[in-house]
Design a protein around this ligand. Structure first.
Ligand SMILES: NC(=O)c1ccc[n+]([C@@H]2O[C@H](COP(=O)([O-])OP(=O)(O)OC[C@H]3O[C@@H](n4cnc5c(N)ncnc54)[C@H](O)[C@@H]3O)[C@@H](O)[C@H]2O)c1
Ligand SMILES: [Zn+2]
Ligand SMILES: [Zn+2]
Length: 352
């Protein structure tokens, strides 16, 4: 099969690899779409240590069931499916509580770190355990389905922040995750949602996707604008979707007394926090990791238009164009959002 192989850091090329055979409890999927995630782009040069070559990356995928391993009985060949990027064991303490994102034996599709190596979906075929699959409604295109993982991350953040309806919210970071959190927070009932970023083009998209106000800036200018917008009260919930020291500090500054800061961004491995402010204002700091069963909700909100993913997809391209899209994303070319690779497409170069 054709696969996009990271043979060494920063070196991606389409290679011919053996088509995998589904093991017991596994399903072989013919990939129809796989999104390039920020974590793939960060992993690609070795900085994250989570894409140790040789590796086929890709965990935001959808496709069609092509074969079933022994004991895999819930699906049929031809079923349209997606899968959770987290491979959870289904048996540990956390899995039994439904907190599959916290599984003691958690692996991620398309990741290799010191502990494991799991081939991903930048390939014509991928195998995954049957238990992580979800059936796709016919109305959902494969490229939109490749957005389900990121949408689930956003819905999970809104869920762990315990949004009940009527809250004011601030989303810091209008990247892929921030713009999905904006929409998920709205769908969950937040009444006024502000979005902050340092990039004006991202904020334009935030307005299109329903932000009540956008704030261009970070640090001091952001906190003073939130003071103005909330009559010095602060917002009920802040979603931090950047992950830098200054944005985490601003998130704490913008929360009202007794409010919640949901920490989603994590570019910086460590930040310092204004401890006394958190304590005396009794602010709840809530981490949010991946998702835990939010895929069905994500499908529903995409289907009924509450969450719009089309404006966030920059391109759907053949696998052969993967190396050049990775290079463009790595170079931080402006205005690029999600790039989805479809291994069924022929590249212009190949067909010319
Ligand atoms: N917790 C999770 O499960 C989870 C899942 C996916 C991504 N993430 C993390 O979420 C964060 C966002 O991911 P993404 O895919 O949206 O990235 P992205 O690159 O698409 O977006 C990041 C945004 O932050 C903005 N930004 C940068 N510095 C800023 C500053 N000082 N003030 C305000 N905005 C600033 C950028 O302009 C950009 O729009 C990353 O840290 C990523 O690692 C977490
Ligand atoms: Zn991802
Ligand atoms: Zn488990």
């Amino acid at each position: 099969m054709k696969a996009l192989l990271l043979s060494e850091y920063k070196h991606l090329a389409v290679a011919d690899l053996p088509t995998p055979t589904p093991g017991a409890g596994e399903v072989l999927i013919r990939v129809a779409a796989c999104g390039i995630c920020g974590s793939d782009v960060h992993g690609y040069d070795g900085t994250s240590g989570r894409r140790i070559p040789p590796l086929v990356m890709g965990h935001e995928a959808a496709g069609v069931v092509a074969a079933l391993g022994t004991g895999a009985t819930s699906y049929r060949v031809g079923d349209r499916v997606t899968f959770d990027s987290t491979v959870y064991c289904g048996e540990c303490e956390f899995c039994r509580r439904g907190e599959v994102n916290l599984c003691n034996h958690r692996q991620v599709v398309g990741v290799s770190c010191g502990d494991y190596r799991r081939a991903g979906a930048f390939a014509e075929y991928v195998t995954v355990p049957e238990r992580i699959l979800y059936r796709l409604p016919d109305s959902l295109s494969f490229s939109d389905a490749a957005m389900l993982e990121a949408v689930s991350v956003a819905i999970h953040a809104v869920r762990v922040a315990e949004v009940a309806g009527g809250e004011t919210a601030l989303v810091i970071g209008a990247g892929m995750i921030g713009l999905l959190i904006l929409q998920a927070a709205r769908a969950a009932g937040c009444s006024r949602i502000f979005v902050a970023d340092v990039d004006a083009t991202r904020l334009e998209l935030a307005r299109v996707l329903g932000a009540d106000a956008t704030i261009e800036g970070s640090g001091e200018s952001l906190t003073s604008r939130i003071e103005q917008l909330t009559s010095s009260r602060g917002v009920d919930v802040v979603f931090e979707a950047v992950g830098r020291p200054e944005t985490v500090a601003a998130a704490i500054d913008c929360a009202r007394k007794g409010g919640t800061v949901a920490l989603v961004g994590n570019i910086a491995p460590e930040v310092s926090i204004p401890l006394q402010k958190v304590v005396t204002r009794q602010i709840r700091l809530q981490g949010s990791c991946a998702s835990a069963g939010e895929y069905p909700q994500a499908m529903e909100w995409i289907a009924d238009g509450k969450i719009k993913v089309a404006p966030l997809i920059t391109a759907v391209a053949p696998l052969d164009d993967g190396p050049s899209w990775f290079a463009r994303l790595y170079a931080r070319e402006p205005s690029l959002m999600k790039v989805v690779l479809d291994p069924r497409m022929n590249s212009r170069a190949a067909s010319a």
